[in-house]
Structures are given as structure tokens and as C-alpha cells.
Design a protein around this ligand. Sequence first.
Ligand code: SF4
Length: 297
Amino acid sequence: MFTFGPLNSRRFGLSLGIDLSPKEKSCNFDCVYCELEASKPVDSIKNPPLVKEVIKEVKEKLEKFPDIEVITITSNGEPTLYPYLDDLVNELNKIKQNKKLLILSNASTICDKSIKETLEKIDIVKLSLDCATSKCFKKIDRPLKGLDITHIISCMKDINPPTLVIEVLLVKGINDKVEEIEKLNQILQQIKPDRIDLGTIDRPPAYKVQKVDEEKIVELSKLFKNLPITIIRKNPPKTKEDFSKDEILNLLQHRPQSQFDVDTLFSDKSKEILTKMVNNKEVKKSDVGGVGFYRVN
Ligand code: SF4
């Protein structure tokens, strides 16, 4: 089987997964937080499936589950190591109908011109960026020798898919320091992604590392200035807030809010005020990679 799901992904909608390395982990990173087992980084996928085999399965699933919203290219590892990625993307684009195509990549290969061009044909490209400094990158992502985060970041500034999402995964004691986050903030201001997902470990990791507390993530998220951050929360906030119109404006000026943030944080009264502000065009609601975002218009 090369497909799995559909699964309900809060970040991207009802998703059909495609696993391009179904037999074994094939990744050029060995991240401390990986939910797959630790393994030596490699630069290729062994026994990759054929494009026609994958497409046949995807067609069957699309027929069986017409509500699928997104087709997600992933792997037991790094999907851009798949040697026929360009062909696969071309074929998926032909059959995807009204679904979005999404890829989850660690960004390691985006400086390769042909991979960059392939990624730019995908509706939503989600790249990981855990650290802005080489020391931190090596400690958390444990990459294949020769991979350099400064070079990868320079290519992130160049890539231009329809929607670019950057995921930052925080690990206690490694990349949760204020200095690291401030450097990431500077870089993200230049990359200008459409959305940034900030999260932490939520499944057993490959190495003995720990998640960052939710309160700390909220604090750290404030260091990202005026960027479209969404915090990947397992547990929604316990209380809902009654915001005035001015408070909502102030909040949105500092940080655009995702639909999930609004659903879990805003009281019914605040939601009513927000809806009026959308209707009055003071606030703009847009869809970014399957997640609704509210910003000041
Ligand atoms: S990039 Fe993804 S698959 Fe590869 S080691 Fe890191 S978390 Fe695991």
C-alpha cells in the first residue's frame, strides 16, 4: 500500500497520505524528535514505488472517499528523495480534481533547481525549519554530512509555491531558547511564508528529548513579530476570552489568528464582534493552506 487515510488533519483538512518509502525509513536527517525510529541519514529511497502504482491507488481512494480535501505527499522519511517526484506531481495534478496537493518536506533538497521547480507545482509546500544556526540545526536535525542550514535558508527565500508553510518544532533545551527564536524570527521575516506552524513533540521521539510546555510555546510565539503563526495545540485553551473590538484589532495587528485560535480562544460574544468586523471589511478572512486566518484589512 502506498496510500493511507484519509485522516483528519486540523492543519490541512481531510487528507489522503501517499508514502513514497513504504518499506523502510529513508531520510537524510535523523531528527531527535522523529516519530520513526532513529536511523543513519541516507540520500536515497530504496525500492521506490513506480508512479503508475501510486496513481492507481490514489485514483481508487479518491473514488471511494470523495470528501478528501488534500492529497499529501510524504514518506517514511523525506519525500523529495523519491527519484520520480516530478512525474508523480505531474500525474497527481492531472487527477486531483478540486483537491489540493500538499508535500511535507524537511527542506534539505530545495537548493536543487529541479526539485525547487517540482515543488513550485504543488499547491501547498510545508517545509521544516527548526533552527537558524548551524550548531542548533546539527543538534536537533542530525543531518547527512554536507547539508548546511545557511544554504538551505537562502533557497527557502527563493522558493515560490502557491502556498508556503513553515513548520518549527520546538524541543526542550535545544531550540526553545530566546536567542534561537529571535534568529528564526529574523529569517522568517525574510522568507515571508504564508503560514508558520509552531509545535512540539507529541508522539514518542527517536531520542530521549522532551517537549516544550504549551505556556512556554505561547510565550515564545510572541517573539515572532507580525508573522502568521499558528500554534499546533493538542489541548485547546481551557478558558474562552471576551475581547472588545479594540482588543481584537490589537491582537490581529500583532498576530493574525487562525480559525482554530478563534474557535478555541474567542467567546461567543467575541466571535460575533469579529464576524461584524469581517462584514464591515475591517478584518479580512483568508484561506491559507486549508486553515482560515483573520488579519487586519
Ligand atoms: S525529517 Fe522527518 S522523517 Fe526525517 S528524521 Fe526528521 S522527522 Fe524523521
